[in-house]
Design a protein around this ligand. Structure first.
Ligand SMILES: [Fe+2]
Length: 274
């Protein structure tokens, strides 16, 4: 009997060591990027502020702690300098870098003044790379890449292919089936141009977007395209309808993690509180 006990203990120890190896391998390549989006802070309404505070708290509860946060556009609604001050104050508890991206409701100059980041840029997030490319267009809720931004993106991706890369755009480059929201997306030629570009840069593992106030998953030229819920209100799921309704469905955010060398995206719900 004692012999069987010893054998069982040795098998248990060996399997624990193997599990530990697998875990430490993951930790060796670990990188976690949280993506929060579409806060729409506005004067005279405190609900989006409370919702953003809840989302920030939920991001800080993620274990292991994220390496950085992407604030993916429509941070302010009107927008005003006071709204960006409130955004900054609500994001201040995050003890990690916060990368911002302008949405159609934002003012890119005010955003740049508030956060000191350019409108398109790249940053390393642990062992991943984040490339932020602006799609903001003056005077419209739709967005655009266009030849200049596409040329910037091409040179940025060509300059550094070391790490699995997440490309962040506010407007998704694909239709998600909600006709009214698709109508204020990127022009079809931008989606096609991006579809031609991406296969040349296999380091791009994910395109991540906001704007549509829903979690959705699609594919462009073999690259998964993920959209994230708003921290506040969501777009109702209604295909082929010419107007969209906003509904009080569960808010959420995304967590993009590098696991065994590949990007895995989770959508994490955020509990609504009074
Ligand atoms: Fe938007």
């Amino acid at each position: 009997m004692w012999f069987l006990d010893r054998v069982l203990r040795r098998v248990e120890r060996q399997s624990n060591e193997r599990a530990g190896d697998a875990f430490s391998t993951q930790l060796g390549f670990r990188a976690v990027l949280a993506q929060i989006s579409d806060f729409h802070l506005r004067d005279g309404d405190e609900a989006p502020d409370h919702a953003l505070a809840n989302a920030v708290e939920a991001v800080m509860a993620v274990r292991p702690a994220p390496d950085a946060v992407l604030a993916g556009g429509d941070l302010a609604d009107t927008p005003t300098v006071a709204e960006y001050d409130r955004v900054k104050r609500l994001l201040a508890p995050l003890p990690i870098p916060v990368y911002v991206l302008a949405g159609n409701h934002d003012d890119p100059r005010m955003l740049e003044d508030a956060f000191g980041q350019p409108q398109s840029y790249s940053a390393d997030v642990g062992d991943m790379r984040l490339v932020v490319c602006e799609t903001w267009l003056e005077g419209t809720d739709a967005g655009a890449l266009g030849p200049e931004r596409l040329a910037w993106l091409e040179s940025e991706l060509a300059a550094d292919g070391r790490l699995p890369t997440i490309l962040a755009l506010h407007h998704p480059p694909v239709h998600i089936g909600l006709t009214a929201i698709d109508g204020i997306g990127l022009p079809r030629e931008d989606g096609l141009a991006l579809a031609e570009l991406l296969p040349r840069f296999p380091q791009v593992r994910r395109v991540v977007c906001g704007h549509v106030h829903r979690a959705s998953y699609s594919v462009l030229a073999g690259v998964p395209v993920v959209t994230v819920p708003s921290t506040n209100i969501q777009a109702k799921l209604e295909f082929g309808v010419d107007e969209f309704d906003m509904v009080a469905e569960t808010p959420g955010f995304a967590v993009h993690a590098l696991v065994d060398g590949e990007v895995v995206s989770h959508i994490q719900p955020v509990e609504r509180r009074a």
